[in-house]
Design a protein around this ligand. Structure first.
Ligand SMILES: Cc1cc2nc3c(=O)[nH]c(=O)nc-3n(C[C@H](O)[C@H](O)[C@H](O)COP(=O)(O)OP(=O)(O)OC[C@H]3O[C@@H](n4cnc5c(N)ncnc54)[C@H](O)[C@@H]3O)c2cc1C
Length: 417
């Protein structure tokens, strides 16, 4: 497998780019593996990468029903951040941000990690207090936070609607290490590195059932035949409910659709990620110039990867209230992805009651930023049978025991998280 470098790029340019090889192999499934990861999204591929590279495990396969990057890892709005408040969350997301910071060297892959900052606007004194509290929590956990006043926001983003009488901008919580990452490159980078460490990435291979005997999982039935497994890690995001039901489990998760939008390319205008504090609207600008934005989930249970018009209107209203100039750009594309919404808005990374079967899901619409840490801690769990120190709170039994991690304070309402 070739290494990517500036030197290599020049060499290939001089010989007509004839020397590049496929970034990963296309192996046939083996009869059995020590570890089978179900789902070739960001989380599944990252898990395989860390299992092989950090925990030195071998005989690993990732089974993907479609193609690498076709799920939510290639559909999200690319935002990464470590600006959580609760102790169950912030150390995990800070680990993730630190892994993003070294990701391209680790994978030898340009994922366009860009720490251009995340600015959460506030519009009232009460919201300022909440932002200050969150910022202090972030700093205590080793993250970065800065409180900006109105002038501070104006100097970063003068085009915002400061004079809106309904939602005046009183300032922002600025998280400068947050930013964006090119989402599908994350899947490709992890896939290439996992493959390089001996992992079989098997596409067009849908898991259709689990073979379980005496409460121990033995392998998976797939569209390409039976595959035996020592341990199985399921990381299928929006399909969590469907896949785990094949093992007889009913999860505290609902599936909802979330839409995203991108405008035609504009000259550089946005300094980083900006989120509206008076409605659900977040926006950044891609390196190609498109404004990438989104808002709330559609709010009904579905497995369809497309949304409906009322949320399109709601998102556009949020955009118009925050930055009226967005009304002059043309929408280029929009799409949807299926979210695995947990009851408290936080993920689950845990063993199941079936020996050898492990679960990673409940990411709601915040799982992209978690990709490196999710892979790292899930690999830890699979390799050692103990939770990673930053993920001890992401247990199945927290709902039974009343130990919810309700970051948003919205209660047990998945459509509100
Ligand atoms: C519009 C949108 C915007 C978002 N914005 C952000 C954001 O800005 N920041 C952020 O942090 N998060 C965001 N998210 C959430 C984030 O994208 C997801 O939480 C995260 O990508 C989920 O993990 P994944 O990458 O492993 O999922 P996926 O890429 O969906 O991977 C799961 C894989 O499992 C496969 N699979 C399913 N069933 C089977 C089966 N039976 N057998 C084999 N394989 C199977 C699927 O084909 C899929 O490829 C957004 C999501 C969407 C849709």
């Amino acid at each position: 497998m070739v290494s990517y470098s500036g030197f290599r790029l020049i060499k290939e340019a001089l010989r007509g780019h004839s020397g590049w090889k496929p970034a990963w192999r296309n192996p046939e499934p083996q009869p059995g593996y020590d570890f089978v990861i179900v789902g070739g999204g960001g989380h599944g591929l990252a898990t395989a990468h860390y299992l092989a590279k950090v925990y030195r495990k071998s005989r690993i396969a990732v089974l993907e029903k479609g193609w690498i990057g076709g799920g939510n890892v290639g559909r999200n709005t690319t935002i990464i951040r470590s600006n959580y408040l609760l102790p169950g969350n912030e150390p995990f997301y800070e680990l993730s941000l630190q892994l993003w910071e070294g990701l391209e060297q680790d994978l030898n892959y340009n994922a366009m990690v860009s720490q251009r900052g995340v600015m959460n606007l506030f519009h009232s004194d009460a919201q300022r207090d909440a932002a200050r509290r969150r910022g202090n929590g972030m700093i205590l956990h080793g993250s970065d936070a800065e409180l900006l006043d109105t002038d501070g926001v104006r100097s970063e983003a003068p085009f915002l609607n400061f004079n809106n009488a309904r939602f005046p901008i009183k300032g922002a919580l600025m998280h400068r290490r947050g930013g964006t990452v090119r989402h599908d490159a994350v899947a490709w980078g992890y896939a290439r590195s996992a493959d390089r460490h001996g992992v079989d990435i098997i596409q067009n291979c849908e898991v259709t059932g689990f073979r379980i005997e005496n409460n121990r999982v033995l392998g998976v039935e797939t569209s390409r035949g039976y595959i035996g497994a020592g341990k199985i890690g399921v990381a299928v995001a929006g399909s969590s409910g469907r896949v785990m039901s094949q093992a007889g489990m009913r999860l505290p998760i609902e599936s909802h659709v979330l839409q995203a939008f991108v405008s035609e390319g504009l000259k550089p205008v946005l300094p980083g990620v900006i989120t509206f504090g008076a409605g659900h609207f977040y926006v950044s600008q891609s390196d190609k110039g498109g404004l990438v934005f989104g808002g709330d989930i559609d709010g009904y249970n579905t497995y369809a990867q497309r949304g409906n018009l009322p949320v399109v209107e709601d998102v556009c209203e949020g955009g118009m209230a925050l930055m009226p100039m967005i009304g002059r750009t043309r929408l280029l594309r929009m799409w949807g992805g299926v979210m695995d919404m947990s009851m408290d808005g936080s993920p689950i990374i845990d063993r199941t009651q079936i020996d050898g079967l492990y679960f990673n899901g409940g990411w709601c619409y915040g799982g992209f930023k978690a990709t490196p840490a999710s892979g790292r801690v899930f690999a830890h769990l699979l390799a050692t049978d103990t939770p990673h120190e930053t993920a001890t709170a992401y247990r199945f039994d927290r709902f039974e025991k009343g130990l919810m991690i309700d970051e948003k304070g919205a209660g047990a309402q998945p459509n509100l998280h």
